[in-house]
Ligand binder design. Structure first.
Ligand SMILES: [Zn+2]
Length: 153
């Protein structure tokens, strides 16, 4: 009977009905690496894919098109066949997609409303810090002719 080898996937003629490997070599290989040989032949996720997946699952975005796109980009970036410039373009795209996902998360999830407010407050804090530093600059104007001291801005 004709079968597909459980390890290398090669089509072979089985000697008996319980045979699952084309050769002794494949049988031994399978014993060494356990029963998950077929899946272990697939590329393993690297650190970037792992981190991206964790991030997406925390953001509840793993099952969204954007989430899947981000994972795909991470996979592609870790591919040994990707050139340096290809990785640079992919990383830009991945960053953009992750920003979109995080942006959606802020507006979508009511639990994150507090966090979003904190971010907005943080921005207000930054704005007031800029305003106060401008005031300090006004105390020491760099141009004598400008009473507002805003020439530099
Ligand atoms: Zn085989």
């Amino acid at each position: 009977m004709i079968r597909d080898c459980a390890v290398c996937g090669e089509r072979y003629t089985a000697q008996n009905s319980r045979s699952t490997y084309c050769s002794d070599r494949c049988r031994k290989r399978n014993q060494r690496s356990g029963a998950t040989t077929v899946t272990s032949l697939e590329p393993k996720p690297g650190p970037l894919v792992t981190v991206t997946a964790r991030h997406l699952s925390l953001a509840n975005a793993l099952d969204t098109p954007a989430g899947q796109l981000a994972l795909l980009l991470a996979w592609a970036m870790e591919s040994p066949y990707e050139s340096g410039s290809g990785v640079a373009a992919l990383s830009k795209e991945l960053t953009r997609v992750m920003q979109i996902i995080e942006g959606e998360q802020v507006t979508r999830d009511p639990l994150d409303e507090l966090q979003a407010r904190r971010v907005r407050n943080g921005r207000c804090g930054l704005a007031s810090a800029v305003a106060s530093s401008r005031q300090k600059l006004n105390e020491y104007p760099t141009t004598s002719g400008d009473p507002e001291g805003n020439a530099g801005f």
